[in-house]
Ligand binder design. Sequence first.
Ligand code: F6P
Length: 363
Amino acid sequence: DKGLAVFTSGGDSQGMNAAVRACVRMAIYLGCKVYFIREGYQGMVDGGDCIQEANWASVSSIIHRGGTIIGSARCQDFRERQGRLKAANNLIQKGITNLVVIGGDGSLTGANLFRQEWPSLLDELVKNKTITTEQQDKFNVLHIVGLVGSIDNDFCGTDMTIGTDTALHRIIEAIDAISSTAYSHQRTFIMEVMGRHCGYLPVVAGIISEADYVFLPESPPPQDWPDRLVLKLEQERSAGQRLNIVIVAEGAMDREGHPITAEDVKKVIDERLKHDARITVLGHVQRGGNPSAFDRILACRMGAEATLALMEATKESVPVVISLDGNQAVRVPLMECVERTQAVAKAMKEKRWADAVKLRGRS
Ligand code: F6P
């Protein structure tokens, strides 16, 4: 009779639906009452129809769908204590004390803070007579488990986040398509690739598309990058290549920390090489469409494991993230991952790029 809810938060990613489905079905299989929380933390704060009981059929035919059928949002209200009080009350009224949060590091950090604050939120709800002391005793511990849904693969502690593989498929399909037309017209294409401050998508895309040059956040080029770029592209053309592909990560910068944009790169190519150069910004195409086979199975395994972890949680257990370690779905302490992810962000800000890469580890 345990109440469990699942929600997706922050930017969506392909495979989130498969994860939701696995959580719901495993929870039903284990005899839980299971809920969707629609629109992420906003739905938790708003309550009402946003918190809806799920059944076996409500997650049928979603495993192949991109995005998240239960909606996702970035929520300001949940950042305020007043919003979290409302959210706590909404959960208690439904008997929910187990949460699966599917999102990036911000969403997972928010969940952990909520869990830590839970006893004091309940105290306040009792004090203002919103809940009874019986309810407080019955629902005194909130258990949370995180699943990392993000195309960026920027979360420490897991080899792959849910959505990364599909985003790579989208990117490589686009580069393959661009390459054929670039070949015909001997053009140079500059492709802007997502990933925020993480270069995983652009670097892997660069390797698997035989790109000529890749600009990455973690490996900023020296100030003379225009000369190096021109030299490299010229070499490729002299070797008989009819096209060039340059990948620019959306978070690319130089060693001074100034952004390097696709426009900056195009300007150099226009002025110095006189190639017919074009920019393609892949944008949200990378985050859409059906999840790959890899993301589907990853999400299925992670979702099922998340529900199991919640059912096995005790008052003493620390919240965990379900991570991929090699080919195993494992439970890793949530705060360990969040702290490492934040240390990476700090290292990047302080221009300690090698430290950032080292801290990020295998992902
Ligand atoms: O984190 C996923 C991501 O797609 C990043 O790669 C990108 O920088 C960002 O989200 C875009 O966010 P939004 O959809 O809010 O524009």
